[in-house]
Design a binder for this molecule. Structure first.
Ligand SMILES: *[C@@H]1O[C@H](CO)[C@@H](O)[C@H](O)[C@H]1NC(C)=O
Ligand SMILES: *[C@@H]1O[C@H](CO)[C@@H](O)[C@H](O)[C@H]1NC(C)=O
Ligand SMILES: *[C@@H]1O[C@H](CO)[C@@H](O)[C@H](O)[C@H]1NC(C)=O
Ligand SMILES: *[C@@H]1O[C@H](CO)[C@@H](O)[C@H](O)[C@H]1NC(C)=O
Length: 304
């Protein structure tokens, strides 16, 4: 009887502390969001051209709506829930995001926010170069109302260097550059120059390149009349080193940022638009897991 009880305790304990699942195609993903740029403008930029030669161009990738904030919300939540402005928004504790699926399987994550006044800052700041509309995490009560969780996960971007030095790059990182570096208050040339300077040391840092996929994307096209909301997205890192200089023309949207994570680690899904035709999985991951992407001949207008 005692032995039986001990044995069932052991089973419970090992279930609770189960090792994280193995990633099918990568072990770390690092998402960087830039701002408001049409595909053609980014493509013609010389710094982007140089970066493209080191990675994979996704030339059929689309933002979901306008303005900025709902695109960021959608990229972690699988829906933008009719958010149609950049004003502070809040989702109660029934709203899960991709990071809840990540943590449930003992995988790690962080939101790195340039110039956030302090870890888990939830106010709106007009003085700093940090803008809450580009930080989707603090709009979800499951994160923002859980102080221990929030302070350790939604952190100033300066924490990245500490984490790298410590060999603790999270499995999922979401990096939001400040309002100048992301091109919002500047130009695509400014953003691409910042990006090159930011990525160059990382792309030769062994503490960063640990079977890592870097995804550089833009929140939305600048041209609101473009129904396809066509934006440039670029994959870099050692997880795609054998695909350098290639182009993937599969139809993707920001929902693919969730499905490509959940598919890689077998995390299930949020049951929103992270499932379905707007959520094709980046094909090098789909190929590794056997996931079947779909053709999307008639996409809905994405410039709402
Ligand atoms: C990330 O996930 C992999 C499995 O893909 C795991 O082996 C590794 O320890 C994780 N890294 C961190 C920093 O948690
Ligand atoms: C806060 O978040 C952690 C996970 O990071 C979780 O284990 C804990 O249960 C949460 N606390 C509350 C009160 O929801
Ligand atoms: C270094 O990483 C480990 C986990 O890998 C963590 O427990 C520890 O707190 C980190 N230290 C610092 C200074 O971030
Ligand atoms: C995925 O597999 C298909 C079919 O074998 C192949 O044509 C394609 O090049 C692969 N894509 C990548 C990115 O590996």
């Amino acid at each position: 009887m005692l032995l039986k009880t001990l044995a069932s305790f052991a089973v419970l304990a090992s279930a609770a502390l189960a090792a994280p699942p193995k990633g099918a195609a990568y072990d770390h993903v690092f998402v960087i969001f830039l701002e408001n740029t049409d595909y053609s403008l980014a493509y013609s930029d010389s710094n982007f051209q140089a970066l493209l030669s080191q990675g994979v161009l996704l030339d059929n990738y689309h933002g979901l709506t306008h303005p900025s904030q709902p695109n960021y919300i959608a990229a972690i939540a699988g829906d933008y829930f009719d958010v149609s402005s950049d004003s502070s928004t809040e989702f109660d504790s029934t709203y899960k995001t991709v990071v809840d699926l990540i943590e449930a399987k003992q995988l790690t994550w962080k939101g790195y926010m340039e110039d956030i006044p302090s870890a888990c800052y939830t106010g709106t700041s007009s003085k700093s170069l940090y803008y809450r509309k580009h930080d989707p995490f603090v709009s979800f009560d499951l994160i923002s109302k859980n102080m221990t969780r929030c302070i350790s996960h939604v952190v100033p971007a300066t924490q990245l260097q500490t984490d790298l030095n410590n060999g603790s790059l999270p499995n999922y990182s979401f990096y939001t550059p400040n309002i100048k570096n992301d091109g919002h208050d500047t130009t695509v040339a400014y953003a691409s120059q910042w990006l090159t300077g930011f990525l160059t040391p990382l792309l030769s840092n062994p503490n960063f390149l640990k079977n890592t996929l870097v995804v550089v994307t833009f929140d939305e096209a600048d041209d609101y009349s473009d129904e396809t909301n066509h934006i440039l997205t670029l994959l870099l890192g050692d997880a795609v080193s054998s695909l350098k200089g290639t182009t993937d023309d599969t139809y993707y949207t920001h929902y693919s940022l969730i499905s490509t994570v959940t598919n890689n680690w077998g995390l299930g899904n949020l049951g929103r638009n992270d499932v379905g035709q707007l959520a094709n999985v980046f094909s090098f991951v789909a190929n590794a897991t056997g996931y079947q992407n779909v053709a999307v001949p008639n996409p809905p207008p994405l410039n709402g």
